[in-house]
Design a protein around this ligand. Sequence first.
Ligand SMILES: NC(=O)CCC(=O)C(=O)O
Length: 290
Amino acid sequence: MSQALSQRLKIALIQLAATADKARNLSRVKEHVLKAASNGAQLVVLPECFNSPYSVAAFPQYAESIPSGETTKFLSTLARETSIYLIGGSIPERGDDGKLFNTSLSFAPSGDLIAKHRKVHLFDIDIPGKIRFKESEVLTGGNKITVFDIPPFGKVGLAICYDIRFPELASVAARKEGVFAMIYPGAFNTTTGPLHWELLARARAVDNQIYVLLCSPARDMTSDYHAYGYSIAVDPNANILTKAGEGEEIVYAELEPGFIEQTRAGIPITTQRRYDVYPDISASTKTSAV
Ligand SMILES: NC(=O)CCC(=O)C(=O)O
């Protein structure tokens, strides 16, 4: 199913320099979101783990309950005060059963919580001499594909960082739900970032002929985890609309009505699929917003 983006949408990606000081992080988020909204952004994206360090040791320390925790309330109020869609990066979540998750919350301009995504694919890698990271030492993976409506623009899909390496999530969201964009708060690093960050953004865009937004923390070489930076927005033809550098900044882009249809009319892969040769995974996969 395909769905036109019904109006031009101005987005902002906030490449925040997240620190170990949660109060400072939240106050910087507020400053940046107010600025982005005053510059006309209608949808603002924060990075993965914007209110804590990105580290296995930090997850239990910073974890909050949802929706009763401080950050949920903070994001809801900020979305309402600025009248924007706020895609709240991710935070460590302590679930009712005590399990920890890497969770992204999205809010409508009314302040209502409209989506909750728990990172499905945990970032467990070991590249000798470069980087070892095992989210699964403390986190549990989510179990759903997240899609939600942002009227009057249409539907978007949301996943977190390492989830981008698994193309099925984006394909199901695009084919089954007709999302016009996939949004990935993410914190790649200085080893895998140069290899795959931009490539994956452009790959998911060209696979599905949709917009793709990736929002990273700023790089901080004094912290244990060296986030890559280079937050990026890509159009359905895999052209780069905007790209940050390594430091703290806000970048903006406009998503255009009709560009998805135009792209698909020119290169009609959406109507040329051969489900007699391979299965349509989107047919049997469930999606939800919360
Ligand atoms: N935070 C993450 O999931 C990092 C993913 C990453 O760096 C990758 O290479 O994939």
